[in-house]
Design a protein around this ligand. Structure first.
Ligand code: LFR
Length: 492
């Protein structure tokens, strides 16, 4: 019988891809239609995303889909990193390139917000972990400087919604990505308008929220000509990449424990309802909305960004290390030489990563990593120890204490880090699939298309289609000793 073809546009902080999922009624096979780097634009006014460049890369992927599959692709969905948004005027004109969440214009904005509304109250309304770059604080910074773009704006579109608009001419605000803003109330299941008003943000920008599985529209006529696709529906999927990644976690549990590993490491549990309590506030857990109304109860950990930025630094200094090279170097050095708190705020910003790691070690009176191998090992071990800290908190939030960790996303290809993670957690790790985000995007389209009814069915198909790698913990007593040392270096 004929395969069904679904297309997924998946944009991460470091790279993007257009994938095709071929579903034969039992399994999904993925084909890559385009893969491209997502490089930041440093302009005089700050750090932006090159969205028009990304749009062209997406169209190239769609052209390749037409070449490969003719009239067969059924639909496409778009997911991206969270929190960032674009502003449009009343006629749909883009009011400037969107800022990147690592742009420093949000410095001081959390405190500004807390002077208007107590921190705890914002948490109770939104259930979102405080990160300086959440949309609420980005917007506040623009309102504070009386940005003409904000004054002229009639629409605020998150990145997947903007690309969806460019593809179809139709505007929407999808729930999963809306929930990353820290302006969405998961209990009301709507924007928190009182919060928006008290912060002095323009209420008119927050409109009706739509859900994964809704049809956004048909590819614009001009784009059909341009790409060669005769027809293509654009489906609203879990527009937040982490929502799509977790939708494809190949677990049959009701409360799967996951680590979505990429630029960020997102570790937590899928729950059916938000948990917003004194404890979750103290532990700084976030409640983001998933596909099918589920809640991702998780913590943001400053993930492989530490590796990506170190790699970029060494490249600028004339050394081009592949990820395999870096893992090789790390495996040869002494264990637990130096440790850092991956979530120390200094590491969030771009630049000088190996030097900042050295600074941290010097300040905390440890041996200073000198070689790339020592630096990479320090990052891997510190990440695994941070994962273990977050992992230890999860049983407080579920009756079904997790007995294994699913690592999904690009970072799950890192075998050394997977093993370290199993060791630090003292728990089995199951790694895969690498393209979970694209798969979760496709699962939402399959539900919209009626070929599956539930997320659980989608997860079963993923489990059948992609073999997982399993890691059992070893050397756990060495890791337990390191945990004690690590605790003294970290904030919370
Ligand atoms: C991962 C991610 C995280 C979000 C961060 C910034 O790609 O979407 O979930 O916290 O990027 O948007």
């Amino acid at each position: 019988s004929e395969k069904k073809i679904y297309l997924a546009v998946d944009l991460g902080g470091g790279s993007g891809r257009v994938l095709a999922g071929e579903y034969d009624g039992e399994r999904i096979e993925l084909q890559e239609l385009n893969r491209f780097e997502n490089r930041p634009l440093e302009l005089p006014d700050g750090r932006h995303w090159n969205l028009t460049g990304i749009y062209l890369d997406v169209l190239d992927g769609l052209k390749n889909a037409a070449k490969k599959y003719g009239k067969h692709p059924i639909s496409v969905g778009i997911d991206t990193w969270g929190v960032d948004y674009s502003l449009l005027d009343k006629d749909g004109h883009l009011l400037g390139l969107p800022y990147q969440y690592r742009d420093p214009r949000t410095d001081g904005m959390m405190d500004k917000a807390f002077s208007i509304i107590p921190k705890k109250e914002i948490y109770e309304a939104t259930g979102i972990q405080f990160m300086p770059f959440n949309s609420a604080f980005q917007l506040l910074s623009e309102v504070e400087r009386q940005s003409p773009a904000v004054e002229a704006a009639e629409d605020l579109l998150f990145t997947p919604d903007l690309l969806g608009y460019w593809l179809t001419g139709k505007k929407t605000q999808e729930r999963s990505i809306a929930s990353t803003s820290q302006l969405y109330n998961p209990n009301k299941q709507d924007w928190d308008y009182p919060l928006i008003e008290r912060l002095g943000l323009p209420k008119r920008l927050f409109k009706q929220i739509t859900d994964a599985g809704d049809t956004l529209g048909e590819l614009r006529a001009h784009l059909k000509q341009h790409t060669g696709l005769k027809k293509l529906k654009v489906i609203t999927v879990g527009g937040h990449d982490t929502a799509s990644a977790v939708a494809a976690v190949p677990s049959q549990k009701t409360t799967p424990a996951f680590l979505s590993s990429g630029t960020w490491s997102l570790m937590g549990l899928e729950l059916s309802k938000p948990v917003i309590s004194e404890q979750s506030f103290q532990d700084a857990f976030t409640n983001e909305i998933g596909v099918n109304g589920s809640v991702r109860f998780l913590k943001n950990i400053c993930g492989l960004w530490l590796i990506q930025e170190s790699r970029r630094y060494w490249l600028d200094h004339g050394h081009d290390y592949s990820y395999a090279d870096m893992a090789g170097l790390a495996s040869k050095v002494t264990p637990f030489r130096s440790l850092v708190d991956p979530d120390d705020p200094r590491f969030t910003e771009a630049g000088r990563m190996p030097e900042k790691i050295q600074d941290f070690c010097r300040e905390t009176k440890q041996q200073v990593p000198e070689t790339p191998g020592e630096t990479i090992r320090c990052i891997y071990e510190s990440l695994a120890l941070r994962y273990a800290e977050v992992w230890a908190k999860l049983p407080n939030y579920t009756d079904e204490a997790p007995d294994c960790l699913h690592i999904v996303g690009g970072g799950c290809q890192d075998k050394l880090l997977n093993q370290f993670t199993a060791n630090a957690l003292g728990t089995k790790v199951l790694a895969g699939p690498v393209e979970a985000t694209g798969l979760g995007n496709i699962i939402a389209q399959m539900m919209a298309d009626g070929v599956i009814q539930t997320l659980a069915e989608g997860r079963q198909i993923v489990a059948k289609s992609f073999p997982l790698e399993s890691y059992e913990p070893v050397d756990t007593s060495d890791w337990d000793a390191a945990k004690e040392r690590f605790k003294t270096l970290c904030q919370n």
